[in-house]
Design a protein around this ligand. Sequence first.
Ligand SMILES: [Fe+2]
Length: 225
Amino acid sequence: MKLKKELIPIFPINLGWYEYPDFEKDKEALIEAVRSQEKLQDRDIDSGLALRIKHNIKESHPDFLSKNSEEHPVLNNLSQFFFDSVWDIVKELTPPEYLPPQGSRINIPDCWYHITNDKGYHEFHQHAGYSWSGIFYLQTSECNEYNGVNNFYDTFRPKIARDVGAFWSNEDVASIEPKEGYLLIFPSWIYHSAFPYEGDEDRIVISFNALIEPAEFDLTEQKEE
Ligand SMILES: [Fe+2]
């Protein structure tokens, strides 16, 4: 029987992978920017946020990008890459009726790094209050499916399937293996975690939160069209 059909994706969740252009050229300078700020830290979690769910991690204050861009111009490249990637995913994934109005801008108010080793990890959490968030994998070549992955959780559906036709819906964790030089963008509301990491070199990632704001908002200098 030939069937006429149409699929209706009612609750799709998409993450985006973006490759940093010329990563090998900028990698060392980006690491240097992180390390120079790390030397100024007087406590492991400089943001002072959510201390109970972060273990063996060094985290900068969320002003990492704006604070260090002048001294480390390579961060401007990273910032542009973040802005371009967020715009791309907004255009790609926002349903037409929800596209931001003309003149809207991206604001990245928070950007911070994590330096992890010695089985450090980051427990289950979400980034409430933002639309898109990103994790840029700066130094993660020793990560693998058992070491330093990011897990994303489906917290919506009850996991109660008992017949083989619905077993697939019991799947509630998606593991994303870090890939050096790549940016993972995800909806800020989705719960996620970073699994324990141990390696010869530290695992270094740079994360951010992004907002899409209409033009009439009072914008700070971080915002950009
Ligand atoms: Fe996070």
